[in-house]
Design a protein around this ligand. Structure first.
Ligand SMILES: [Zn+2]
Length: 217
């Protein structure tokens, strides 16, 4: 299936660009043929070794693997919960990208210092902490995305989660969150963190086209 090749490619891109390190992070897509299932990257297999054979198909309701011989990613509950809650979501990306995770460790939202953050929403919420891989973390992540009406969130003391209507939008959003986190960190060091208002972000959003299209909710 073409989409599975794209999933593997995206996982490798995350690794190549440094958004994930080691075997941290994970990526999934909603199964294009069965919306009640997803395909997710495996647990503990190095990114440069992953092939489509290593992907695991998981039932969204039960969270159990249906196809594939590998162990699915430890964050399977979080990916499943997001697909169950948001029917518009077709792809989910999870990273521990450094600058964004620094804000997550501080328990602070990324200041809206750059217009690109409009792609995520009016703000990037911080989901409450829960141990990785848990149902509680899944609930907290879903709640954060929902409460902010956002396409991405920070996971307190952990990392980043982004969603998209396809793999490239979820990927680009993970990249944007890291980029804006770097810019905000720098602006804070310089000593002035000028943020954009929700109105200015909405103005930006109206200009976004193609894969930058934000789903209107
Ligand atoms: Zn993680």
């Amino acid at each position: 299936m073409e989409q599975l090749k794209e999933l593997v490619h995206t996982a490798k891109e995350l690794y190549r660009t440094g958004l994930v390190r080691g075997t941290s992070g994970n990526v999934s897509i909603r199964d294009p043929e069965n919306p009640d299932r997803m395909w997710i990257t495996p647990s503990a297999i190095p990114y440069d070794e992953i092939t489509t054979e290593d992907l695991v198909q998981v039932d969204l309701e039960s969270g159990t693997p249906v196809r594939g011989s590998r162990k699915p990613s430890s964050e399977t509950p979080m990916h499943s919960a997001i697909y169950r809650l948001r029917s518009d979501v077709r792809a989910v990306v999870h990273t521990h990208s450094t600058y964004a995770t620094m804000f997550a460790c501080a328990g602070e939202e990324i200041p809206t210092v750059h217009y690109l953050i409009a792609e995520i929403g009016d703000r990037v919420p911080v989901a409450d902490y829960a141990v990785y891989g848990s149902e509680e973390l899944a609930r907290n992540a879903v709640e954060a995305l929902k409460s902010a009406g956002a396409n991405g969130a920070l996971l307190k003391n952990h990392g980043v989660i982004t969603v998209g209507e396809n793999l490239s939008s979820a990927y680009v959003r993970a990249e944007i969150i890291e980029t804006v986190a770097q810019l905000a960190f720098g602006a804070k060091l310089i000593g002035r963190c000028e943020t954009l208002s929700p109105e200015q972000l909405e103005e930006t959003r109206k200009k976004f086209v193609s894969y930058f299209a934000v789903s209107k909710r």
